[in-house]
Design a protein around this ligand. Structure first.
Ligand code: NAD
Ligand code: ZN
Ligand code: ZN
Length: 341
C-alpha cells in the first residue's frame, strides 16, 4: 500500500470538509513534495469548497493556498530549490511561462495557470506538491505560521494597493477588514497612504485602528460613501475592496474623488449596480486584481521580513477547518486562522 497522509478534503460542494487519510503524491518534473508546517485559511477556500464561482474545481480536492513547509523530495530534473528549503504554495501555483501575459510580466493573467487548492491540491494537509519554478521562497528567520497569511492575503493586497496608484499622503479606503483587509491597512500605512477603513463590524474596525487606520466607518450605521467624501473633502484617491458582500462594491465607486482608481480584490458571487454617468464624469478607473506575480510575492514577503507588516492570527488544528469556515461565513473571524501541522 502507498504511503498516506492526513488532509481536509472537499468531497462534494458545501462548507463541510472531511478530514481523512489520502495517498501521498509523487513529485513530477519541476515539482517538489513539501511537508507542511503551517497553512492560513482564506475566504477563497470557502468559495472553492462551496463551488461559488462560475469556473468550479472538481471534487474531491484539497483546498489551501497559504501553505508553508519544508521540501522533502524533488521530482526529476533540475530545480532551483533543494531538499530542506522552506517554501510555500500560492494561489498562482504555476503559469505557462510562454503566453503573451507571461512574457509581458503579467503571469497572473495566464490562461493556463494552475491554482493552489483549486485546480491542484493545496495546503490543508500534512503534505503538498509545489512547482519549484513558481513556489514562494520563505525568508530565513521568520515565524512560519505568522508569515503564512502573506502568501495570499498579503501579496493580494500589496499588489492591489500598488495598482490603486495612490501616492504617499493621499487617501485610500480599505473596504472589508478581514484576513486581507487588516493586512492591507498595514501595507498602506507602510507605503505612506492615509488609511480609512470600512467594515460592518466594530471589532474589525478596532483592529484597523490598531494597525494604523486614521478613520473608520461602520457601513451598517452610516452611508460609507457619504462619510468618506466628507472626511476627505471630496472623495478618496484610491479604494481597495476586499469585502465579501456585493454592497461594498457599488459603495466603493461612490466614495471617490475625480480621477480615482478603485481596485476589486474581494470575490463574492453576484453583481452590483453602478452609475455610468459617475464613472465617466469623474474619469474613474475600476480594475480587478488577482493575487500577484512571483516578483510581487517576493516584495510582499520582504515587507514582512523587515517588520513592516505583521498579521493578526490565531493557531488552529487541521480538525478545526470546518469551524473556521463557519466563522468566515458568519464574519466572526478576526485577522487570520493558521493551521499548525
Ligand atoms: P474574510 O472573511 O476574512 O473578510 C471579509 C471581510 O468583509 C469581513 O471583515 C467582513 O466583515 C467584511 N464585510 C462583509 N460585508 C461587508 C460590507 N458590506 N462592507 C464592508 N465589509 C464587509 O475574507 P478574506 O479572506 O479577507 O477574503 C476576502 C475576499 O477576497 C474573498 O471574497 C476572497 O475570495 C477574496 N480574495 C481575492 C483574492 C484575489 O486575488 N483577488 C485573493 C484572496 C482572497
Ligand atoms: Zn486566498
Ligand atoms: Zn501563460
Amino acid at each position: 500500500m502507498s504511503k498516506q497522509f492526513k488532509a481536509a478534503i472537499v468531497e462534494e460542494f458545501g462548507p463541510t470538509l472531511t478530514v481523512r487519510e489520502t495517498d501521498l503524491p509523487e513529485p513530477g518534473p519541476f515539482q517538489a513534495l513539501v511537508k507542511n508546517v503551517a497553512s492560513g485559511i482564506c475566504h477563497t477556500d470557502v468559495h472553492a469548497a462551496c463551488g461559488d464561482w462560475p469556473v468550479k474545481p472538481e471534487p474531491a480536492f484539497i483546498p489551501g493556498h497559504e501553505g508553508v513547509g519544508e521540501v522533502v523530495k524533488l521530482g526529476p530534473g533540475e530545480h532551483d530549490v533543494k531538499v530542506g528549503d522552506m517554501v510555500g504554495n500560492a494561489w498562482l501555483w504555476s503559469a505557462c511561462g510562454v503566453c503573451e501575459h507571461c512574457l509581458s510580466g503579467h503571469e497572473t493573467r495566464c490562461e493556463k495557470a494552475e491554482y493552489g487548492g483549486y485546480t491542484v491540491d493545496g495546503s490543508f494537509g500534512e503534505y503538498m506538491l509545489v512547482d519549484t519554478r513558481y513556489c514562494p521562497r520563505i525568508p530565513e528567520g521568520v515565524d512560519y505560521q505568522e508569515i503564512a497569511p502573506i502568501l495570499c492575503a498579503g501579496v493580494t493586497v500589496y499588489k492591489g494597493l500598488k495598482v490603486t496608484n495612490t501616492k504617499p499622503g493621499q487617501f485610500v479606503v480599505i473596504s472589508g477588514i478581514g484576513g486581507l483587509g487588516h493586512i492591507a491597512v498595514q501595507y498602506a500605512v507602510a507605503m505612506g497612504m492615509r488609511v480609512i477603513a470600512v467594515d460592518i463590524a466594530d471589532d474589525k474596525l478596532e483592529l484597523a485602528k490598531k494597525h494604523g487606520a486614521e478613520y473608520t466607518i461602520n457601513a451598517k450605521e452610516k452611508d460609507p460613501a457619504e462619510a468618506v467624501v466628507e472626511y476627505t473633502n471630496g472623495g478618496s484617491h484610491g479604494v481597495l475592496v476586499t469585502a465579501v458582500h456585493s454592497d461594498a462594491f457599488g459603495q466603493a465607486i461612490n466614495m471617490t474623488r475625480r480621477g480615482a482608481t478603485i481596485v476589486f480584490n474581494g470575490l463574492p458571487p453576484g453583481e452590483f449596480p453602478v452609475s455610468i454617468f459617475n464613472i465617466v464624469l469623474k474619469e474613474l478607473t475600476i480594475r480587478g486584481s488577482l493575487v500577484g506575480t512571483r516578483k510581487d510575492m517576493a516584495e510582499a514577503l520582504d515587507f514582512y521580513a523587515r517588520g513592516l507588516v505583521k498579521p493578526t492570527w490565531k493557531q488552529v488544528g487541521l480538525d478545526d477547518v470546518n469551524d473556521v469556515f463557519t466563522g468566515l461565513i458568519d464574519g466572526t473571524i478576526d485577522g487570520r486562522r493558521v493551521i499548525k501541522y
